[in-house]
Design a protein around this ligand. Structure first.
Ligand code: UDX
Length: 478
């Protein structure tokens, strides 16, 4: 006789700061509805998370939540290095856990719905093998998922990828919906590879397949922001939950569910935040400061550092710059920095190793963001109506920066260049002569983003549907 299973969701992020950051918020939103959640972290990411954040105390208040860890054999930080180690070490252990171990039907509390990151296609295969309903969480941008992931087979078939000529300005006409927007240079960075057996390309093809196999896809966006690509995506995966901006929806739902005596400050960065920059920001006039950050993975050479540094300093804008340890890949030697740059920085700059970015972008002094165009950073900037200078590095960032520049008109995309004159001009373009086209669009998008997370907003409705669907999928598993 079938036992009735209590709804129990397994959230399984890939072990990187950005994706874990999103997955934790999603897990907490699911917890708030009373559903049991197990959050499975690989050991590599769980250690710094415990060290630098308040996740344990934050989740202690939910009796229906538990963390679980799984070995990963990871020794480095580079994306494919981590993914390759996980594939060898974690995958077989995960299969055992799901098929016959602590997450299986034989366990005290079997998993009824799995939400793995879409970049773990093996988790989708294992869920299908174990007859567990599976919904993918995609933390990269929908514009990238559509143009460069789901359409990768189309791009290859059309002969667009690998690139045959070096004209990176050529428009890509084989992808529906973005024929007049996306050039070769705006596809995800891996599309520049000459070799189709490149492990990233192999992973993306598996990921696209996994998305089409899953019962649903969760995206960190709101309907209006991605109205160009969502209708096309729905032809391949009809069940899409657009629940972004996730960090804002999260704050709104938490506020609504938290009594005033409970604190709900969150800190889920895996580096220690230096909050001294907030009092530095307090000393600056509204919308005068440019914030510079390249996220948690991107790096730059020392030469690029100097070009961006000169560009920012020459713009004359006060600046707050996050210099993550290890982010200058050829090493940082202050004796090679021109003295004029150091002196001017003392006057108008503030440099920290890691900032409370959401708070920084919400600070009235911030008037522009020089960013690597990671999807979380982009969404955080959109919500706060901060125009951007986009200097994309890898992954989805080449696509995001193009959408920021051409579709949302929220900034200047300087991809594939790095010279001080260009940087200075781009910073001036987004911050001088207010109101300009960028600040106007930024305000419009910020309002639409905030509207989407109100009680009857599109993202709140999609979150409600996600919870209902988890309950319905759990009951069919009974
Ligand atoms: C990676 C990819 O690079 C990105 O393109 C993809 O969309 C998600 O995974 P990352 O490089 O870390 O992410 O960039 P991003 O997505 O922008 O995430 C960075 C996060 O770190 C943001 O949420 C930001 O608020 C936070 N952050 C960054 C801080 O809290 N403090 C900082 O000083 C810098």
């Amino acid at each position: 006789m079938d036992q009735t299973l209590e709804p129990h969701v397994l959230v399984f992020p890939i072990p990187f700061q950005g994706p874990v950051y999103c997955a934790l918020k999603l897990a907490e939103l699911i917890c708030l509805s009373g559903i049991h959640v197990t959050f499975l972290n690989t050991e590599h990411i769980h250690r710094p998370l415990l060290r630098h954040t308040n996740v344990v105390s934050r989740f202690n208040r939910y009796p229906n939540f538990r963390f679980q860890t799984i070995p990963d054999g990871v020794h480095g930080d580079r994306f494919m290095e981590v993914m390759a180690a996980v594939d060898v070490v974690t995958k077989p252990l995960f299969r055992d856990m799901v098929v016959s171990g602590t997450l299986s039907r034989k366990s005290e509390r079997p998993v009824t719905v799995m939400i793995p990151d879409a970049s773990f296609p093996f988790a989708v295969d294992i869920a299908i093998e174990a007859s567990i309903p599976v919904i993918c969480l995609e933390t990269v941008s929908p514009c990238c998922v559509w143009t460069s992931y789901l359409n990768l087979p189309t791009l290859i078939e059309a002969g667009d990828v690998p690139f045959k000529e070096n004209d990176l300005d050529q428009l890509i006409t084989s992808v529906q919906g973005t024929q007049h927007i996306i050039r070769k240079r705006d596809l995800a960075k891996f599309c520049r590879s000459e070799d189709l057996s490149n492990p990233v390309i192999e992973l993306i093809i598996k990921e696209a397949h996994a998305i089409s196999q899953a019962q649903g896809l969760i995206l960190n966006t709101f309907e209006k922001l991605d109205s160009i690509v969502l209708p096309h995506m729905r032809k391949l995966c009809p069940n899409i939950y657009t629940i972004g901006p996730l960090h804002t929806l999260y704050k709104a739902q938490l506020t609504a569910n938290t009594t005033s005596s409970q604190e709900f400050t969150i800190s889920n960065s895996v580096w220690k935040e230096d909050r001294t920059c907030m009092s530095w920001l307090d000393k600056n006039d509204p919308k005068t400061v440019v914030y510079v950050s390249i996220g948690s993975l991107a790096t730059m050479t020392f030469e690029q550092l100097l070009e961006i540094w000169y560009g920012v300093v020459n713009s004359g804008k006060p600046f707050l710059w996050v210099r993550r340890p290890g982010s200058i890949n050829s090493g940082y030697d202050e004796s090679h920095v021109p003295i004029e740059l150091l002196e001017r920085t003392k006057e108008i700059g503030c440099i920290v190793e890691w900032a409370p970015q959401e708070d920084v972008l919400a600070h009235p002094a911030i008037g522009g963001f020089l960013t690597h165009s990671g999807w979380n950073s982009t969404m955080e900037s959109i919500v706060e109506g901060v125009p951007m200078v986009c200097w994309p590095y890898s992954a989805d960032q080449q696509v995001n920066s193009r959408f920021v520049g051409e579709v949302w008109k929220m900034g200047v995309d300087i991809k594939d260049t790095c010279d001080r004159v260009r940087v200075e001009k781009a910073v001036r373009d987004i911050m001088d002569s207010k109101p300009n086209v960028f600040t106007q669009s930024a305000n419009t998008w910020a309002n639409l983003a905030k509207e989407s997370i109100t009680k009857n907003g599109s993202s709140s409705i999609r979150l409600g549907r996600l919870i209902d669907d988890i309950l319905a999928m759990s009951s069919t598993r009974s």
